[in-house]
Design a protein around this ligand. Structure first.
Ligand code: FMN
Length: 188
């Protein structure tokens, strides 16, 4: 598929079918993350993943740090991933200002690869980072950034009504003219 078509097709569902993600496909996602660009090739991304069918205790631990709203729909997914970024350059210990940016590039690779394989990711900022740090012994030089739900998106019919309404709402985007400019900002 054309890359732009794939990008436009990607979406973040909250309804999921009861279908597992294979280990092979999961590995493809991390392979896609591996090849993301990063500042000085520092590769700051770190992931802890929990698969209901393989390591349910890790799945449950990641699930336990989600907000109530996210738990309401994410309970249906087969895989949860905690995404993290190192916050110092390994080479010199300096602050790594672009580490979340670079993790984002890796996560975008994951999202598009999932889309190309026929399933979906849903990134969540709604989780308790302090609790994540405690449960997963995350050291100070690593920031917990997001939780990523993986699964086959769909409308299984058992979604709470408010979430169902979000699923069928139109996807809204800014016009290009609202964010891409060919001149400086106007002085005020
Ligand atoms: C960093 C980040 C945090 C997000 N946090 C949540 C969240 O906590 N709960 C949720 O349901 N969706 C969350 N989303 C999903 C966004 O709401 C979604 O990407 C946006 O509405 C655009 O929809 P689309 O991804 O289907 O195009 C998050 C997305 C990102 C990138």
């Amino acid at each position: 598929m054309d890359i732009l078509e794939l990008i436009k097709k990607r979406r973040s569902p909250r309804g999921f079918w009861d279908k597992d993600i294979s280990d092979e496909d999961l590995e493809k996602l991390f392979e896609a993350a591996r090849w993301a660009a990063s500042s000085y090739n520092s590769q700051p991304w770190r992931f802890i993943y929990g698969k209901k069918s393989k390591n349910p205790e890790v799945f449950d631990s990641i699930f336990s740090i989600l907000t109530e709203f996210n738990q309401a729909w994410a309970k249906a997914v087969p895989v949860l991933i905690l995404s993290m970024a190192t916050n110092k350059y390994e080479a010199n210990g300096q602050d790594y200002k672009h580490s979340w940016h670079d993790l984002g590039l890796a996560v975008a690779n994951i999202a598009l690869t999932a889309e190309s394989l026929g399933f979906n990711v849903h990134i969540m900022g709604g989780f308790d980072a302090d609790k994540a740090r405690e449960i997963f012994n995350i050291p100070d030089n690593i920031d917990p950034v997001s939780v990523i739900a993986l699964g086959y998106g769909g409308l299984p019919g058992n979604l709470p009504l408010d979430i169902y309404k979000m699923e069928i709402a139109p996807r809204i985007r800014k016009e290009i003219s609202e964010f891409a400019f060919d001149k400086p900002f106007t002085k005020i």
